[in-house]
Ligand binder design. Structure first.
Ligand code: PCA
Length: 330
């Protein structure tokens, strides 16, 4: 170590000590953070990076431990755990909660915002209302991060809904269950963490997702075809219990938010960077990865318009306002 770096390190330690003193004798906040997806998934890796940044920027005052893959709470339990304070912080797929709070399906609208840039624009116009509704749920949103575009996995070639009749389909929220039904499929909701098992046991034989989840779950062991549709880019969000958040002083809140803003931006960039790489991995493992054919796509688009209408009916004026603002921004 050079004298310069020694000095810098010493200064940094003093700064950390000073912060600890400034925070009085308050104990470091130790937060367990349940996350829903695989440890090796980019969302989770970014969650770990977020925890590191928070530790750094708060001078150790907030110390987050990430628990991936639904290991602490299952994906479907994470939001409730954070709402009720069983976990101070957590991460989950936002549109999974659209059955309770319809507005949270804002990112699940087929063929509306299919590029990362458009998805960012859509979030920009949806953010305030979505966050307000989450605040009503006792949650403070720290950052969100998009998955790559959604397409269909099957164990055979599919060119139209003639091929999908009676297929057992793994859905991840109410909207995708409806989507499946309109294609004559039989939906069953399964967590990403349990997807490999569902495919292995025949509980499901098709699903909608990104290349990312197919890769994480090694679905080439069970399925043969991926149809790129890029129907939407749904987001995960990292949320904190409101009382826990309100218990932090303003400086600590600002430091955590800075870490969150940086992580949200880095995570979206990572998602975009990996989107095609995932397809390459599916192909390298023997899957056929192609664009959905014109007949299938036309059917999906038709069903997509119904899904948007259903969402608007459920989300009401707030939903319409988001759509209008998005269109005005384009
Ligand atoms: N993967 C998650 C949500 C969206 C995605 O791409 C899943 O399939 O559960």
């Amino acid at each position: 170590m050079t004298l310069m770096t020694l000095k810098a390190t010493a200064r940094a330690s003093v700064a950390v000590a000073a912060l600890a003193v400034a925070a009085g004798s308050a104990q470091a906040e130790k937060w367990d953070m349940p996350m829903a997806y695989a440890a090796s998934n980019f969302h989770t890796e970014m969650g770990v990076e977020f925890a590191d940044k928070v530790r750094d920027y708060t001078g150790g005052a907030v110390d987050i431990t990430v628990h991936p893959g639904g290991s602490l709470f299952k994906g479907g339990e994470i939001k409730r755990a954070v709402q009720t304070g069983q976990a101070p912080i957590g991460e989950r797929f936002m549109s999974a909660h659209a059955n309770e709070v319809p507005l949270l399906g804002w990112d699940n609208l087929p063929f509306l915002a299919t590029s990362y840039a458009d998805n960012a624009k859509l979030w920009a116009v949806a953010k305030d209302q979505v966050n307000a509704q989450l605040a009503d749920q006792n949650l403070v949103t720290l950052y969100t991060c998009p998955w790559p575009g959604q397409g269909f996995y099957f164990n055979k070639e599919v060119s139209s809904s003639e091929d999908t009749q009676g297929v057992k389909f793994r859905s991840y929220n109410t909207a995708t269950a409806t989507f499946a039904e309109q294609l004559g499929m039989i939906p069953v909701q399964v967590e990403a963490a349990e997807l490999s098992q569902a495919l292995a046991t025949g509980v499901a034989e098709a699903f909608i997702s990104s290349g990312s989840t197919g890769y994480d779950r090694k679905v080439w062991e069970h399925l043969s075809h991926y149809y790129k549709v890029n129907a939407w880019l749904p987001r995960n969000y990292v949320m904190v219990n409101k009382q826990v958040w309100d218990g932090l002083d303003a400086t600590t809140q600002a430091s955590v938010q800075k870490a969150a803003d940086e992580t949200g931006a880095a995570c979206a960039a990572k998602s975009e960077e990996l989107a095609n790489w995932y397809f390459e991995q599916l192909e390298a493992n023997g899957m056929t990865v192609v664009d959905a054919g014109p007949e299938f796509l036309a059917e999906l688009q038709k069903i997509g318009s119904t899904m948007t209408e259903d969402w608007l009916a459920a989300a009401g004026e707030d939903g319409q306002a988001i759509l209008d603002a998005f269109k005005a921004a384009n």
